[in-house]
Design a protein around this ligand. Structure first.
Ligand code: PLP
Length: 482
């Protein structure tokens, strides 16, 4: 191209008709608000009909489709077939219910389209503010590192990497493990992502010792001590212990204080997986049960669970931010730092984790924390535990049901008695889900399949517990009840 032949302006992606787009955007927002406002009128979940599933399989859209048409397709083919976790009857797995303020924050973040990998801009200050709030809440000093990540699977994995640096020095990044016989410890009830983190970090899952749990599903501290001693005697190198604040199956809280003492005495990194339980710190009635969490070297938690922030919004806190930086920071010539201008503000978030480009997850969390306030969020968390106690009481009052684990926080494991209880309870859960009445999930405790209700959603009320119990009881002695 000759320099005197400047190309013509091209057709960019902004609306051609701003007023029409604005009206359509308002309709889309209204529809979504209607969806949330009227959530109770719909089934908790419904299976995806073949026509919707197949209808999604379309060729790459080379030609444009009007926004209103795409939205209409979303309304009819996508919206009705979500996971259901916005619904108060959803009690499966450990899913948060989201919130309107969080949703709006997410929308604004998308409009701003900020990249929080680095550089000097206000969105990074918002993310730093979350650290200024969270750090003191969890006893972390000035200089602690904090970073939004996808979820606690990622946060736990990153914590293993930071602990690995603490044990072997940053040289591990150059040399790899080089045969260092590192071993880590977690309770047998730890979330599977910790084992995967061991695999991904090159340590291998065999180097994760599954410490037995007591009758309350809490790590047995004597067994932990014995395992550490045995490994040292075998010439291995203990480096990390993971305590869980709210296990995924039963909501058990490991004896964090005792683990912290032992970790300190043995010179181990103390990581807490507080994926959903950590935010119980916001609830005055529950906070004392997390005593010891403030001594963690690192902590994983999710705002998208009990924090009611829309997915995804995981978080990693590390007491020694400089160590976290030494674990991840990787210089690149085009990412040079300056004292002034857009390239100022070093260190950048990308120096504290594996992601370079990062979205503005912090904004939806910032909106949620500010709009509701942590007192209200804490009260909601406490209320889910009250509902769990109510569910427990209803289970115990029903001779057809048996409680299968202690109710520590907001998770209730129970099942219908019957001839083949595993098959019966599996089919009951499936039927409840398909009928759209309630959505608990299942887990296996001591080899027995149980119905697991994890009450996480701020919208769940006592009547939703009644619906669950009555729907389960409708199957008592009659596994074929629809
Ligand atoms: C205790 C615990 N740890 C880790 C995770 C994984 O978190 P995420 O799904 O955010 O990756 C979960 C998920 O439920 C959990 O309950």
């Amino acid at each position: 191209m000759r320099p005197d032949q400047a190309p013509a302006d091209h057709d960019d992606l902004d609306p051609k008709d701003w007023p029409a787009t604005r009206a359509q955007a308002h309709r889309m927002l209204d529809d979504m608000l209607d969806y949330i406002q009227n959530v109770r009128e719909r089934p908790v979940w419904q299976p995806i009909p073949d026509v919707a599933r197949n209808g999604m399989r379309q060729p790459l859209p080379r030609r444009p489709t009007p926004l209103a048409e795409v939205h209409a397709e979303f309304l009819s083919e996508v919206l009705p077939y979500g996971t259901g976790n916005v619904h108060p009857g959803f009690m499966g797995w450990v899913h948060g219910g989201g919130s309107v303020a969080g949703m709006l924050g997410e929308m604004l973040a998308a409009g701003l389209n900020a990249n929080l990998g680095g550089r000097d801009h206000m969105p990074i200050e918002v993310e730093k503010q979350i650290l200024r709030w969270l750090g003191p809440l969890f006893g972390m000093p000035e200089g602690a590192g904090g970073l939004f990540v996808t979820g606690s699977s990622m946060a736990n994995f990153m914590a293993i990497l930071v602990a690995r640096t603490a044990a072997l020095g940053a040289d591990v990044r150059r040399r790899g493990l080089a045969g260092a016989p590192l071993v880590a410890y977690a309770s047998a009830a730890v979330h599977g992502c910790v084992r995967r983190g061991m695999e991904m970090s090159g340590l291998g899952f065999e180097a994760l010792r599954a410490i037995p749990v007591d009758r309350d599903w809490r790590m047995d501290i004597e067994a932990l001590g014995a395992a550490i001693r045995a490994d040292r005697a075998a010439g291995l190198r203990p480096f990390l212990v993971v305590g869980t604040a709210g296990t995924v199956d039963t909501g058990a809280i490991d004896p964090l204080e005792a683990i912290a003492d032992l970790a300190r005495a043995e010179g181990l990194w103390f990581h807490v997986d507080g994926a959903y339980g950590a935010l119980a710190r916001l609830a005055p009635g529950l906070a004392p049960r997390l005593a010891g969490i403030e001594r963690a070297d690192s902590l994983a938690l999710d705002f998208h669970k009990w924090g009611q922030v829309p997915y995804d919004a995981g978080y990693l806190l590390v007491r020694d931010g400089a160590l976290q930086q030494r674990t991840f920071a990787a210089p690149a010539v085009y990412l040079g730092r300056e004292a002034r201008g857009l390239a100022a503000g070093s260190p950048w978030p990308c120096d504290f984790g594996p992601d370079l480009s990062r979205g503005f997850r912090a904004l939806k969390a910032w909106f949620t924390l500010k709009v509701y306030g942590t007192d209200h969020l804490g009260a909601v968390i406490e209320q889910t535990c009250v509902l769990a106690q109510y569910l427990k009481a209803r289970v115990e009052a029903s001779p057809e049901l048996e409680l299968m684990a202690p109710v520590n926080l907001n998770i209730v494991c129970f099942r219908l008695r019957g001839a083949d209880p595993d098959a019966l309870n599996r089919s009951v859960v499936e039927r409840l889900q398909v009928a759209g009445l309630a959505a608990p999930s299942t887990t296996t405790l001591h080899g027995r399949l149980v119905i697991r209700a994890a009450i996480v959603n701020h919208r769940t009320q006592p009547r939703d517990i009644d619906t669950l119990i009555e729907a389960v009881l409708a199957h008592a002695g009659n596994p074929n009840t629809a």
